[in-house]
Design a binder for this molecule. Structure first.
Ligand SMILES: NC(=O)c1ccc[n+]([C@@H]2O[C@H](COP(=O)([O-])OP(=O)(O)OC[C@H]3O[C@@H](n4cnc5c(N)ncnc54)[C@H](OP(=O)(O)O)[C@@H]3O)[C@@H](O)[C@H]2O)c1
Length: 304
């Protein structure tokens, strides 16, 4: 992970996403300059809350880390997913435009079909296969349409010490079952929430210190370096946790889910490197500390 001095408190960065993984990481790393808002204070389902927060906080920059992230549930509740991933972010971006402040909006690799066979660049057309992916793709367009100073940061397979994520699911399953079955034919870029938070804060620092540049507008891929399958990620995470159940590789067909996931949505992040000199650490270097922090966090939660 990169070490970056905390933001001067003279800047106000508004972060949405309440208790979410990324918002929590931004809160931990951003210091006094970061103000995190969540429900009910800030709720995409209640547009008046967005107007009030933007009016009260008067931020210098906004990072939108709030989203409907329940991929399978979105299939049954497309209207709620749309409100959180399209309409809400569009209004937020419009309010940013009204106050002439930049917005960094976080999106997903699930905007792609996963059928390209090699890492996706920002120039590749989106082709989502799920309601979640479709709403996130629509949200990207809506945010860019509403605000000139808008950046879309697409990330992938986010995991942090708190909140719901694949690694926590694996650790819990390994304590309950004598052996696990994990999908081994889907590939992606595991991304530590802390690493992503550092990158976002690095971009924010650049913008706040040196001003917005026209070539910042648009889409950037921002995921952890290196790629793997869910199976490989599970094996490495369990090893760091000292858990040793056998982990059987299975296919997507063996583990049907309500929403279709991309088979190979690896992201090419070279634009981020070229424009901001930023490269997120390799997932293999980040996973150990995150698993350790997750175990510590869970022990503290149990001991009260
Ligand atoms: N998790 C991943 O694997 C992954 C992968 C690719 C991209 N992303 C993107 O990365 C960003 C951050 O994800 P994350 O992992 O931090 O997600 P997360 O842990 O699920 O957090 C998302 C947050 O959004 C908030 N939220 C949901 N609906 C809302 C609404 N209607 N109004 C206001 N807030 C709402 C939730 O609030 P509450 O705390 O009140 O529930 C939650 O705290 C999202 O844009 C997501 O699409 C995530």
């Amino acid at each position: 992970m990169t070490s970056r001095p905390p933001f001067p408190a003279k800047f106000r960065i508004l972060v949405t996403g309440g208790s979410g993984q990324l918002a929590t990481a931004l809160r931990w790393r951003g210091g006094a300059a970061v103000r995190v808002v969540g429900r009910p204070e800030f709720d995409f389902d209640r547009p008046d809350t967005l107007v009030r927060i933007m009016h009260d906080i008067r931020p210098d920059l906004v990072i939108n880390a709030a989203a409907w992230t329940a991929v399978d549930a979105a299939e049954d509740q497309p209207d709620l997913a749309r409100q959180a991933n399209v309409e809400g972010p569009a209004l937020l971006a419009w309010l940013c435009a009204g106050q002439a402040v930049p917005v960094l909006h976080v999106s997903t690799d699930y905007v792609f079909s996963g059928l390209k066979g090699q890492p996706y660049t920002e120039a590749d057309p989106v082709s989502p296969r799920s309601v979640y992916g479709r709403t996130k793709a629509e949200g990207e367009k809506a945010v860019l349409g509403a605000c000139a100073q808008a950046m879309i940061l697409r990330t992938a397979w986010v995991y942090g010490p708190t909140g719901r994520n694949f690694i926590r699911t694996m650790l819990t399953a390994a304590r309950r079952h004598s052996r696990l079955r994990v999908v081994a034919d889907q590939s992606g870029n595991p991304t530590s929430a802390g690493d992503l938070a550092d990158a976002l804060l690095g971009i924010a620092a650049r913008i706040l210190h040196a001003g917005w540049q026209p070539h910042y507008r648009g889409v950037f891929h921002a995921a952890g370096s290196g790629s793997c399958t869910w199976h490989e990620l599970a094996c490495v995470a369990l090893k760091h946790a000292g858990l040793t159940p056998p982990v059987m590789p299975i296919t997507t067909a063996d583990w049907p889910t309500h929403a279709t996931r991309p088979m190979d949505a690896r992201l090419d992040c070279s634009r981020l490197r070229q424009v901001f000199a930023l490269e997120l650490p390799h997932w293999r270097d980040s996973i150990g500390p995150v698993v350790a922090a997750m175990l510590r966090h869970d022990r503290q939660a149990v001991s009260g």
